[in-house]
Ligand binder design. Structure first.
Ligand SMILES: [Cu+2]
Length: 301
């Protein structure tokens, strides 16, 4: 009888574990990794997930088995028999979770030290956050961009600051996440491993425009990266710009961007997203006022 109960409980646990394992494995919870740091973070994620699945299976097995096996018949209104503690069981259910949590802490600390360490010769980029935009500048050059442009397989250390409230920098494919805090500098190291364009997301509720506080991280091959950098240094066009690099500051550009938003697109942006009806909806005076407001309010930034 006892043996049969154990087999039934193991079966229930195996079914519950298999069900959550399917949910964990087959649903793409995170996009494909695109940085070196992401590899060790994903390994840690799976370690924690497997521990959780094991604990869940155990708890589900005992709970479901007990509810099913010891349920009261419909006409039974008596109290259950009193149960006293079980010292051995209590020691086990305290010691095992304590050991697991300690193991998770140790493995997490090892991964954290590894991903926070900037390798010698890392590139540097200063990241400035403000409601509701990101700006990336490249120390030692005059280059400031609205997009984070990186070279593939080269480690870069980002130094983050904020001009107003707390923001948080996150590129899901890189996995690394770091707060940008006013009055202090924080750091994060990223070694992109795949050429492509990824979304930079603010993950700290920072005000009304928080959900639109997005930019792109563009990872280029070595030749393309050098080409981009030298083009930026020579003050060339808004490639990768979309921000404060010279061109975006004159009134004619701002006016064109409002009435004909697809006229000039920064790389990574799709045409046809912004409405093209403002030219018809607004009078010339209203457009002038809007352009003046936008120029005045972005002065110095
Ligand atoms: Cu935000």
């Amino acid at each position: 009888m006892r043996k049969r109960s154990i087999i039934q409980m193991v079966l229930v646990g195996a079914l519950a574990g298999a069900a959550v394992a399917v949910v964990a494995y087959f649903i793409p919870w995170l996009p494909d990794a695109a940085s070196e740091e992401a590899t060790s973070i994903d390994r840690l994620y799976w370690f924690v997930t497997i521990v959780c699945i094991a604990i869940f299976s155990l708890v589900a097995a005992v709970t479901i088995y007990s509810v099913w096996k010891f349920r009261a018949p419909p006409d039974d209104n008596e109290d259950g028999s009193p149960i006293h503690g079980h010292t051995g069981l209590e020691i086990v259910w305290t010691a095992v979770p304590a050991a697991l949590v300690t193991a998770i802490s140790i493995v997490s600390a090892i991964v954290l030290i590894g991903v926070e360490d900037a390798p010698a010769g890392s590139r540097k980029v200063d990241v400035s956050a403000q409601q509701f935009a990101w700006s990336f500048s490249y120390p030692g050059t005059n280059v400031t961009s609205g997009q984070l442009v990186l070279e593939v397989d080269k480690a870069v250390q980002l130094t983050l600051t904020s001009k107003d409230v707390i923001h948080s920098f996150w590129v899901p494919e890189f996995r690394m996440k770091q707060d940008a805090v006013p009055g202090t500098a924080t750091h994060v190291v990223i070694t992109p491993t795949k050429v492509g364009t990824y979304e930079v997301i603010c993950t700290e509720l920072c005000g009304l425009g928080h959900s639109v506080m997005r930019s792109q991280a563009v990872v280029l091959g070595p030749a393309d990266y050098e080409k981009w950098l030298s083009k930026q240094k020579s003050g060339g066009a808004a490639a990768g710009g979309g921000g404060s690099d010279g061109k975006g500051k004159d009134a004619a550009f701002v006016r064109t961007s409002i009435v004909d938003p697809d006229a000039e697109l920064a790389p990574g942006f799709q045409p046809g997203i912004m409405p093209k009806t403002f030219g018809d909806q607004l009078s010339d005076e209203q457009l002038d006022a809007l352009v003046k407001y936008l120029l005045d309010s972005t002065k110095g930034g």
